[in-house]
Design a protein around this ligand. Structure first.
Ligand code: ADP
Ligand code: MG
Length: 323
């Protein structure tokens, strides 16, 4: 069973950045207003994620680390209307299978919290603990029991950059949540809660970028698109800043950037790309996020409709700049 768990874990947890992603998603699902992330050694030695969310009830802590235990879905139909970032109940089990995990948590409304320590999937210690509501997860010695995985990890710098990218994406999508990121005790991102999404944009990319971007608003009967794209002339040599969120989830998809690019048509020199931060909200049953455990891909029920609306949204925003 331990081997099976380790193999399954490999699908969800490929690297330190995937641990950070899963823990931050859990914090966001828990309704946190403040999320602290700390790494050591690019996240291989230690990752700490602390939140002030709803916490885990004492009676559910052990279960939270069991495979396929999720508190977010209770009926099979729920799979077609996923509104939370997590839903598989795999992440904590996967992380615990390949690392040493310490969890301190207290559920809102409970008197006492819980301390639990898990190594390679085995609970080593569990006891009541006094602490404020919220959750702190510490993940140490990632892949300590799977040397082959450990060997194929990228360098610390590459891991830190991947973590920075994930946190920036989530920070952009959740401007009202404060994010603090430190690598080896050095500040990497300090993002107090922002009242306006544009303030978060400025905190991440600078005031100049935030000022220059064009606002996007578009909707049809079932879909809504909002966000920003860059005006002509503010292009980049790569697609790195073409960012899309579908129902609050950062996705990587070929169709969405293609739709934006088509709106620019002749406005972009060859080999240049715009900035685009676009939020696409549609009914949960119009999109399947259940494609890959890492959940970064999506499948739309009606991709043509999404394509057309994204293109129209970008086109309209660009037209506003025409003299
Ligand atoms: P999923 O997010 O898919 O439900 P996870 O393995 O990531 O699965 O988490 C399992 C369960 O543990 C969650 O459903 C949730 O109930 C609980 N949980 C995990 N992290 C937190 C957190 N930071 N705050 C509150 N509850 C949490
Ligand atoms: Mg989760």
């Amino acid at each position: 069973p331990e081997l099976v768990a380790q193999i399954a874990a490999g699908e969800v947890i490929e690297r330190p950045a995937s641990v950070v992603k899963e823990l931050v998603e859990n914090a966001l699902d828990a309704g946190a207003s403040r999320i602290e992330v700390e790494t050591e050694g690019g996240g291989r030695s230690r990752i700490r994620v602390a939140d002030d969310g709803c916490g885990i009830p004492a009676a559910e802590v052990a279960l939270a680390f069991a495979r396929h235990a999720t508190s977010k879905i209770s009926a099979p139909e729920d799979l077609f209307r996923i509104a939370t970032l997590g839903f598989r109940g795999e992440a904590l089990a996967a992380i615990a299978a390949v690392a040493r995990v310490t969890c301190r948590t207290r559920a809102v409304g409970e008197e006492l919290g819980t301390y639990v320590r898990i190594e390679g999937g085995e609970i080593r210690e569990q006891r009541p603990l006094a602490r404020p509501p919220g959750t702190e997860m510490i993940v140490e010695d990632l892949f300590f029991n799977t040397p082959a995985r450990r060997k194929f990890l990228k360098g610390e710098g590459a891991e830190r950059r991947a973590i920075d990218l994930w946190i920036s994406r989530y920070a952009l999508a959740y401007p009202r949540v404060a994010f603090f990121l430190r690598h080896d005790r050095r500040e990497a991102l300090t993002l107090p809660a922002a009242r306006e999404p544009r303030h978060r944009l400025a905190a991440l990319y600078g005031a100049e970028v935030a000022e220059a971007l064009l606002e996007v608003h578009e909707a049809d009967e079932e879909m809504r698109i909002s966000g920003w794209i860059s005006p002509p002339g503010m292009d980049r040599p790569d697609r790195q800043e073409m960012v899309f969120f579908v129902n609050g989830r950062w996705v990587q998809d070929r169709m969405l950037p293609a739709a934006v690019l088509q709106a620019y048509h002749t406005l972009l020199p060859a080999g240049r790309f715009p900035w685009s931060f676009l939020w696409i909200d549609l009914p949960p049953d119009a999109v399947d996020v259940n494609v890959h455990p890492a959940k970064i891909e999506v499948r739309f029920r009606d991709p043509d409709r999404v394509f057309r609306l994204v293109q129209r949204a970008a086109h309209r925003a660009l037209r506003q700049t025409a003299p």
